[in-house]
Design a protein around this ligand. Structure first.
Ligand SMILES: [Zn+2]
Length: 238
């Protein structure tokens, strides 16, 4: 009996453990000419230490991965960073292969409460994702900043989510799903603008990394798309 796991699976019925998610990605992309040896990985996750298992699992399979992410999991490297990342993609037989994983995240507390996690050596749950829950709590309200502090990443995260919708998201689950949409949108803004497809095949899987108490993380894919040499984006099975 794990109330956290029950709540996580009720919220994300299709979520699977990270190894299974990566197996699914590998199997799908193998049919499109991606190989473990020649595929370059880029990962966008929140700064939260709880997200590390995803990056660790990716680097164990695909060697070193470029880190795209900022608070909430949105890519936040700007044009310069994207150009750097894309310039690192190896060419094999004239073309590169890159897999991009963009995951926001949420925790489910010991009693199944969404939007929190009981972390190692702490005696009470804290917000997960902290940035998203902070935005959720201030939805519709102004938030003065003390002098000499900025909040660039949170401001940008809030801005990107407003582009998805101006409606209040209302719940931890709602704002997490909004963030996953923002991650997808922001990912493709740059990949499209830089026309990565001209020199490489690109597959992007976006969604939610779900932290479950006393259980391995799960991944819920909310969007998967591929673009190849014809420059046309198509959906991949999720
Ligand atoms: Zn976070």
């Amino acid at each position: 009996m794990n109330a956290s796991l029950d709540a996580a699976l009720a919220a994300f019925p299709g979520a699977v453990p990270i190894p299974e998610f990566l197996d699914n990605v590998s199997a799908e992309l193998a049919t499109r000419g991606f190989t473990l040896e020649h595929t370059f990985a880029m990962v966008s996750t929140c700064r939260d230490e709880l997200t590390v298992p995803l990056m660790r699992a990716v680097t164990e399979r695909l060697d070193l991965a470029f880190n795209l992410g900022a608070l909430g999991g949105v890519p936040s490297l700007g044009r310069t960073g994207w150009n750097a990342a894309l310039s690192h993609v190896p060419m094999h037989e004239g073309r590169g292969h890159v897999v991009v994983l963009g995951m926001t995240h949420i925790g489910f507390g010991p009693d199944g409460t969404p939007g929190e996690s009981l972390r190692r050596h702490q005696d009470h749950p804290t917000a997960t994702c902290g940035a998203l829950m902070s935005i959720l709590h201030s939805e519709g309200a102004g938030e003065p900043l003390p002098d000499a502090l900025d909040d660039n990443e949170k401001d940008r995260l809030r801005h990107l989510m407003k582009r998805v919708s101006h409606e209040r998201s209302g719940t931890p689950l709602g704002i997490t799903q909004r963030a996953a949409q923002a991650v997808t949108a922001e990912m493709w803004v740059d990949l499209d603008a830089l026309e990565a497809w001209r020199t490489m095949d690109v597959a992007a899987y976006c969604g939610v990394q779900v932290h479950v108490q006393d259980h391995e993380d799960l991944i819920a894919v909310t969007d998967a798309q591929f673009v190849g040499a014809d420059g046309v984006r198509t959906s991949l099975p999720t």
